[in-house]
Write a protein that binds this ligand. Structure first.
Ligand code: COA
Length: 158
């Protein structure tokens, strides 16, 4: 607990409206077809959604977005500040997201990822997602198929 004085600490907490400027900077730097800010705002109003941010000290370094329907969930977005990638932030965000999904009674968590996004696919596999299908030409800018992945939440949450 706590870490040594002066050591950067990674924490994950619910997203707040005051985070949206920083979230949008990361969103625009991470995706060729970024979400609008209104999409985040709309989801933040929905009790059936969960939006999390990762912080190192006071710096917002990443976020995840999920929504839930009955016992299924969708991981709709995850991104890490480009300068802070490869430090384990994405993995921590996903683990925390999965724990939140479990606490909401989610049994199966789904996501879509660009077929060419090997970094994200590698991370998803490491936390327990498996490929279950393909959605043809799901993405624009550029047009690309989506790989559909699924995680059995109870299998990875103790
Ligand atoms: C995908 C993303 C969220 C990963 O976040 P991250 O903080 O860099 O990930 P982590 O540091 O936790 O890395 C976890 C795993 O990801 C993979 N990974 C991370 N950086 C990688 C790199 N440069 N090359 C290859 N694999 C990499 C590895 O499997 C890594 O596991 P390891 O540490 O055991 O090698 C981040 O790269 C990102 O924001 N990408 C742009 C947005 C995006 O594509 N989001 C997903 C949309 S579906």
């Amino acid at each position: 607990m706590g870490g040594s004085p002066g050591k950067a600490r990674l924490t994950v907490r619910p997203m707040r409206l005051g985070d949206l400027d920083e979230v949008m900077l990361i969103e625009r730097r991470s995706f060729s077809a970024p979400w609008e800010e209104s999409t985040f705002r709309g989801l933040m109003r929905r009790p059936s959604a969960a939006l999390l941010v990762a912080e190192i000290d006071d710096e917002l370094t990443g976020y995840s977005v999920m929504w839930f329907v009955a016992d299924e969930g969708e991981l709709g977005n995850v991104a890490v500040l480009p300068e802070r990638r490869g430090e384990g932030i994405g993995r921590t965000l996903l683990r925390e997201s999965i724990a939140v999904a479990a606490s909401r009674g989610t049994r199966s968590l789904y996501l879509e990822v660009r077929e060419s996004n090997e970094v994200a696919r590698g991370l998803y596999e490491k936390v327990g997602f498996n490929v279950v299908g393909v959605r043809k030409q799901y993405y624009t800018e550029p047009v690309e198929d989506a790989t559909v992945m699924k995680l059995e939440v109870q299998a990875v949450v103790r």
